[in-house]
Design a binder for this molecule. Structure first.
Ligand SMILES: [Zn+2]
Length: 168
C-alpha cells in the first residue's frame, strides 16, 4: 500500500471513530442491548448473514455508523457477521456490499438473498434511520462535520502543547 493511501485511510478511520461516538451519544440509553444481540443471532441461526459461516461472529452494523450512512446502534441494524465478511464490508452499506460483483466477493456466498433477509429483519425490529427527510439528513451531516472539525483542531492544539512539555 502507498504511504499516502495508508495515511488517508488512518485519517478516515479516526474521523469515523468521532462520528461513531457522536451517533452513540444520540442513542444513549437506547442502544443495542445484550438481549437484542441474542435476538439477532437467533434470527439468523447463529450464522454470518452474508456467507453463512458460524465462525467468529461479530456485530455488524448493516448501515454503518459513519458520516456517509449515519447508521444507528439500534435493534435491526446489528446483524451477525463473520470477521472475514465484516472486514470485507468495511464502511459500506449492506446493500452495496451485497450487490458486489460475484467475482469480487470474499467469501463467495452473500448476495441479494442476504440483502433481503437484512431488510426484512430491520422492518421486523422496527429499525428507523435518524430521519427520512433528506434536508434533515444533510443538516445532521453538517452538524457532525462541524464537531469533527473543532475536535480535530483541539486535538492538534493539545498535541502541540504536550510536545512542548516533553522532557528533553
Ligand atoms: Zn461471512
Amino acid at each position: 500500500m502507498k504511504k499516502s493511501t495508508q495515511k488517508k485511510q488512518e485519517k478516515v478511520g479516526k474521523i469515523n471513530t468521532d462520528v461513531r461516538v457522536i451517533l452513540e451519544k444520540v442513542d444513549n440509553g437506547n442502544r443495542l442491548k445484550t438481549k437484542d444481540w441474542e435476538i439477532a443471532k437467533e434470527h439468523f441461526k447463529a450464522r454470518c448473514v452474508y456467507c453463512g459461516s458460524t465462525d467468529n461472529l461479530v456485530k455488524d452494523h448493516a448501515i454503518p455508523m459513519n458520516a456517509q450512512h449515519l447508521g444507528r446502534d439500534r435493534p435491526g441494524n446489528v446483524v451477525p457477521a463473520c470477521r472475514k465478511c465484516n472486514y470485507a464490508k468495511k464502511d459500506r452499506n449492506y446493500i452495496d456490499f451485497c450487490s458486489e460483483k460475484p467475482e469480487n466477493r470474499n467469501p463467495a456466498k452473500y448476495g441479494r438473498k442476504a440483502e433481503q433477509a437484512i431488510t426484512e429483519f430491520m422492518r421486523e425490529q422496527g429499525y428507523k434511520g435518524l430521519s427520512r427527510n433528506k434536508a434533515t439528513l444533510e443538516e445532521i451531516k453538517t452538524i457532525i462535520d462541524k464537531a469533527r472539525d473543532v475536535a480535530g483542531k483541539e486535538r492538534d492544539k493539545a498535541a502541540t502543547e504536550i510536545k512542548k512539555r516533553i522532557a528533553k
